[in-house]
Design a protein around this ligand. Sequence first.
Ligand code: SAH
Length: 246
Amino acid sequence: MNLLKQTRIILVGTSHPGNIGASARAMKTMGLSDLRLVNPVRYPSAEATAMASGADDMLAHVPVYRQLDEALAGCGLVLGTSARQRSLRWPELSPRGGAEALVEAAAGGPVALLFGREQSGLSNEELDRCRALVTIPADEAYSSLNLAAAVQVLSYELRLAALARTGPKSPADDLPPEDRPATADALEGFYTHLEDTLIRLDFLDPDNPRHLMRRLRRLFGRSTPSVNEINILRGILTAAGKGPRR
Ligand code: SAH
């Protein structure tokens, strides 16, 4: 299986179309082909085509989405990228560690790496979709790379990770389907169910949520729950929502 083909690069809210073209070129040179755009400010654009150069064929098929969740449909592992640490710390991975984790997980199905806006990066809500953040350890005095340059560095690491993989199989291949890691869609369904239930139980005040859901996402995200485990947790939520039997 070509693991790089299973790896989506998702650009969120890109404002400069030249960066979209340059990102397509960066990907194609490293053997990546699944580029997706979420709410680009200007696209399609002649600037994108010009910067893509010999990767302009990729741009012809690039899907554009309004919602990040649509671009992520069917994905297992989702990682984000950020030039800086956030206030409430997300688990952080090096470019090498992040690429290895993605390539490893790609053996079990599609995975994604998100890139943010040129001005403001990814929002906290978008980062909530990510299990961890990859930061290129750039110079502290100026750590923010051009978007397409960041795509190039991480595409290169993904290529190295894919080339280094010796075994054709992922550990997940040997598992029955119910023991494989739950997909991002299934996790989102669980988090929505959890939030609704906590509100119903008066544990979570929607007017004063105090990062509770973000902290719980972090907790569950660290454990890579399986399909079966998510089903158990959702069964517990349904039971809790109904209250005690007598
Ligand atoms: N001021 C923004 C900079 C965004 S740069 C911020 O602090 O988030 C645009 C995008 O390029 C980022 O969202 C990220 O996807 C990528 N990027 C830039 N520098 C990076 C770095 N050092 N490590 C990882 N990704 C980086």
